[in-house]
Structure formats: structure tokens, C-alpha cells
Design a protein around this ligand. Structure first.
Ligand code: SF4
Ligand code: SF4
Ligand code: FES
Length: 516
């Protein structure tokens, strides 16, 4: 039951939930309050003391992360007294810290650096040598540890205790010799391990994959959705284009969405950005020959005319909603049946009870909601009578097993795909198109949560937007921008007809079962 009270922070009154965590309340209200050990997903631990605030009526400063909101509290986060406390805590943190910011990957997003610049003592009073620890320790699972940079906040260890329940990390030793370490005989080895890199407030834990590759201030963060399984975790795509260089995605990071993935993502999804950077398959082909775009389009349009009423379409259940709507409209124009067999999109070894789903089709919900035929046997029956088979990035046809491959040998095969078809020599025409990081659109996750993706990079002539390709192939009978697709083709689809694309919030929209 909601129980709102009023508290005063730095002479300003705010409304807060009675009994709520004071630090989280301050952060939610945009009141910058330095902290190392508290994390919204892990709760308070009270070990770093950086979140000290003054509360009227209390003799000593209190840690905000372990204080509950009460009516009429009067708090100061910036009084001279509090600043002096923070300064001395930072001095303690930095006694043995190597201060190697210029070569540290965390620079630019390091809490220790930020707080020090705000309230640091600046002049070192240290006269004794620093205690040294080990640097670049390979913890496993793509994570490197620099023990000297650690502020012993224990977030990483608490993550393995409370989130993954794998208990790989802990603090060993006492006093100056305390350090974070893997437990004897253990490696940091779980499918979510790389999240410790994000939650580490300093540069003690870095990603083997990302370290020394890019300065964070040179990158742009674009909000998007992971497409590696049906969970639809919210991510940031960190990318940039250096002068005279090609656009590059450097990493995916989790984006907080309590309705979907909380604060974290799995390592496989996190590292899937590498596929988006692959650029070997681009342009248009006829069998193994690279042909020019105009020739490919004219060949395709001739095929559509000659094989009219003998055409079958297969689409991937990982296409975006707008791409699915575009393919459906295209199928109506050319009079083709549409299939989406789902077998190849289930991976019994992937799912768990944390985030990962066995369903590797990122948009299966929409396929089911639109009642697209998913039965493999029905697809095979229709295949027998088809002459032209158009595949929109379905794994089954890009990499067919022998029986299906034999059936496809007698057909005219056309592929629109993000990746190369395994037997391109059997493909009459192949069109490469841009993967999801290059386009805007939407998907619906396995729980019926509609979410928007934003384009981080720009499609190229050799890797165009699929919507644009279908628009051209259909002789402009199908719309070619998201906005137009939502105004036209999506209006014809019952489940989407009342949704306004521009109003889908950043955190997505719950569809609910009733709309299926
Ligand atoms: S390695 Fe990072 S997250 Fe772990 S205790 Fe040290 S500072 Fe905290
Ligand atoms: S759980 Fe699924 S959606 Fe989430 S990051 Fe992993 S692969 Fe991507
Ligand atoms: S954040 Fe409160 S003690 Fe660390």
C-alpha cells in the first residue's frame, strides 16, 4: 500500500515512500549521492561508507544505504561535515590504489575517479610505499582482475552469491592485504559472469574482449534489444566511427528494465555484437557470382512474374515486426503462402531460470499472434508444389539438412539474409541486408512485451535495410520506412492496429495475453 511522506533533502522538499531505502530514494530523485557497495540489484552491504549523509537529530553521519525513509526527515548530502567525511574515506581508498587512470579502461565511467574529482583531497600525505597486489589476473569467462584497483565493495562477490548462486568470488586476507579473489580451485565461470565488469564501480574488473580497444568517451550508446533469444533483454549498443574508418560496435551493455531483464544480460547475448560487425557477406549474388544490384532486382522481378502462383515464402521468427509486416504485404501482392517452421529455433541447452530462454526466436510471439503457419509438415507439402522459394533469413533454408536440401535443389531459391547461405551455388539470387543494429523497429518478447530497437549504425548500399529491399522488389507497392509501415501495413494486422509506434516507451509496453 502506498504510504507517501515528505522529506527535506538539501533544503528541498521531496515526496518519498515511507520505509524505502534512503539511498535509492535519493538516487531516484536525481540527488547525486556517492556510493560504491550499494547496487539496486544487490541491495545494501554497508561496507564502503561513501553514502554518508547528515540526518537532523542524529549525532553522527549515517549511511544512506542502510537507513529507511521516515516522515519529516531533514537530510543533507553536501554539508561541510559530510564532504569532510567523504574526503577522508576517499583518502583511505586511495592509499594503496595505483592511480593508473591514463591506462585504465574504466576511465570515463569510473566512480572513484568521479568522486575524487568532486570531493578528493588532491594532495597525497602518503610517505610509505603502497601495498602492491597482482594485476591482470585472468578470472575466466572473459573477465580480467586488477587487484590493486579494487575498492573492496564486494559487489562482484555478492553478484555470484545472490544472483548466479555460483559463489566463485570472495575477499581473502585482512587489512591492507585484503583482496578480491576466486575461491580455491574455482574459475569465474558462469553464463552471466561479465556483468561483474559493469557493476564493478572501478577498473578492477575489465572485459578481456573490450579492454584497451576504445575510450568510452569516443562512443555513442544507442538503446536497443538483444536478439539472441526470446527474452529480449534491453541493451545499449556502444559504437563509433573513427575518421576514415568504418562504423564499429565495440560492446553491448545491459540497460535497466525491471519488467524484462532487471539490470543484467547473459554473456552470450552480450558478445553477440561481434556478428553485427561481420561484413564478409554483402551485396547481391547470383549463385557464386557477385552481380550488380540493378541486375539482381530485374532478375528477381522477372522471376516473380514467371513464377506467379508457384511461389512460397519462408520467414525467420527473429525478423522485426515491421519486417514481418512488410513480408506479409509482399506475399499478398505476389500471391504466395508464408511459412515459419520453428524447430531450428529451440535450444534445449540454453535456457535457465535467470534470463536465458530456450527459445532462440526473438519474435516468435508475433509469428504466433499473426497466425503464420509454423507446421513443418505443412511447409514441406507446400514446398513440393512450389517452383520459387523466397527465404527471409530463416536458418532452416540458409543451412538446410540433407533431406530439405535435396528438395530445394529442384527449386528456384532466393535468399534475403543477414548472413551467407551455406549453399550459395544453389541460390538463384542472394540479397544481403543489414542486421538489427543498423535499423529501427520493434519486437515482442516471450512474455508479450513490445519493445523498440533503435538504429546504431546506418545501412549501406551493400547491406541495405530489408524494408527498402522489399519496397524496391515489390515495385514500391510495399512501404519502406517504419513510420509508413506502421501507418499502412501494420494497421492491417489486428494485434498492432491500435499501437502508435512513436509512443512505444523506452521500457516497452506489455501486450498482455488478451491481444494474442
Ligand atoms: S573487484 Fe570491483 S566489484 Fe569486486 S570488490 Fe573490487 S571494486 Fe568491488
Ligand atoms: S538472455 Fe537472451 S535476450 Fe537476454 S542477453 Fe541473453 S541471449 Fe540476449
Ligand atoms: S553504499 Fe552505503 S556503505 Fe557503501
Amino acid at each position: 500500500m502506498s504510504n507517501l511522506v515528505r522529506i527535506t533533502v538539501n533544503q528541498k522538499e521531496i515526496e518519498a515512500q515511507s520505509g524505502a531505502n534512503l539511498l535509492q530514494t535519493l538516487l531516484d530523485n536525481g540527488i547525486e549521492t556517492p556510493h560504491f557497495c550499494y547496487h539496486e540489484a544487490l541491495g545494501p552491504d554497508g561496507n564502503c561508507r561513501m553514502c554518508m549523509v547528515e540526518i537532523e537529530g542524529q549525532k553522527r553521519p549515517q549511511i544512506a544505504c542502510d537507513t529507511f525513509v521516515e516522515d519529516n526527515m531533514v537530510i543533507s548530502t553536501k554539508s561541510d561535515n559530510i564532504m569532510a567525511v567523504k574526503r577522508s574515506i576517499l583518502e583511505l581508498e586511495l592509499i594503496n590504489h595505483p592511480v593508473d587512470c591514463p591506462i585504465c579502461d574504466q576511465a570515463g565511467e569510473c566512480k572513484l575517479q568521479e568522486y575524487y574529482m568532486e570531493v578528493g583531497l588532491y594532495d597525497s600525505r602518503l610517505e610509505t610505499p603502497k601495498v602492491t597486489h597482482k594485476k591482470h589476473i585472468d578470472l575466466g569467462s572473459n573477465v580480467m582482475l586488477d587487484q590493486e584497483r579494487c575498492v573492496l565493495c564486494e559487489r562482484c562477490a555478492r553478484f555470484t552469491t545472490s544472483y548466479t548462486k555460483t559463489n566463485e568470488l570472495g575477499i581473502v586476507g585482512r587489512g591492507d592485504h585484503a583482496k578480491i579473489s576466486t575461491m580455491p580451485g574455482k574459475k569465474l565461470n558462469n553464463p552471466y559472469a561479465m556483468n561483474v565488469v559493469d557493476i564493478c564501480p572501478v577498473g578492477a574488473l575489465t572485459s578481456k574482449d573490450f579492454r584497451f580497444k576504445q575510450r568510452v568517451w569516443f562512443m555513442t550508446a544507442t538503446p536497443s534489444i538483444c536478439q539472441s533469444c526470446a527474452k529480449g533483454c534491453n541493451i545499449y549498443i556502444d559504437h563509433n566511427t573513427l575518421k576514415y574508418g568504418t562504423p564499429v560496435i565495440h560492446r553491448y551493455r545491459p540497460r535497466k528494465n525491471l519488467a524484462v531483464n532487471g539490470h543484467f544480460i547473459c554473456d552470450e547475448g552480450r558478445l553477440s555484437f561481434k556478428e553485427q560487425n561481420e561484413d564478409d557477406f554483402r551485396g547481391t549474388y547470383s549463385r557464386n557470382l557477385n552481380i550488380n544490384f540493378k541486375k539482381a532486382i530485374s532478375k528477381m522481378q522477372k522471376l516473380l512474374k514467371s513464377e506467379s502462383n508457384h511461389t512460397l515464402i519462408v520467414l525467420s521468427p527473429s525478423l522485426l515486426n515491421e519486417q514481418i509486416a512488410s513480408v506479409i504485404q509482399f506475399s499478398k501482392i505476389i500471391g504466395a503462402n508464408v511459412f515459419c517452421p520453428l524447430e531450428r529455433y529451440t535450444d534445449e541447452n540454453f535456457g535457465d531460470d535467470i534470463l536465458r530462454s530456450n527459445d532462440r526466436a526473438s519474435n516468435r510471439w508475433t509469428i504466433n499472434a499473426l497466425k503464420i503457419e509454423t507446421d513443418y509438415n505443412k511447409f514441406i507439402d507446400s514446398l513440393d508444389s512450389a517452383r520459387l522459394v523466397i527465404n527471409f533469413n530463416h536458418k532452416l533454408l540458409l543451412n538446410p539438412e540433407r533431406e530439405l536440401s535435396n528438395k530445394l535443389t529442384n527449386k528456384i531459391n532466393v535468399h534475403f539474409s543477414e548472413v551467407e547461405c551455406e549453399n550459395r551455388q544453389d541460390s538463384e539470387i542472394s540479397f544481403a541486408y543489414a542486421p538489427f543494429s543498423y535499423v529501427s523497429g520493434s519486437t515482442v518478447n516471450e512474455n508479450g512485451h513490445l519493445q523498440q530497437l533503435n538504429a546504431a549504425l546506418v545501412p549501406t548500399e551493400k547491406k541495405p535495410d530489408l524494408l527498402e529491399l522489399i519496397h524496391i522488389v515489390s515495385e514500391k507497392k510495399v512501404s519502406h520506412t517504419n513510420e509508413q509501415i506502421w501507418q499502412n501495413e501494420m494497421r492491417d494486422l489486428e494485434v498492432f492496429k491500435n499501437i502508435n509506434f512513436s509512443k512505444i516507451p523506452l521500457g516497452g509496453l506489455a501486450f498482455g495475453e488478451s491481444n494474442v
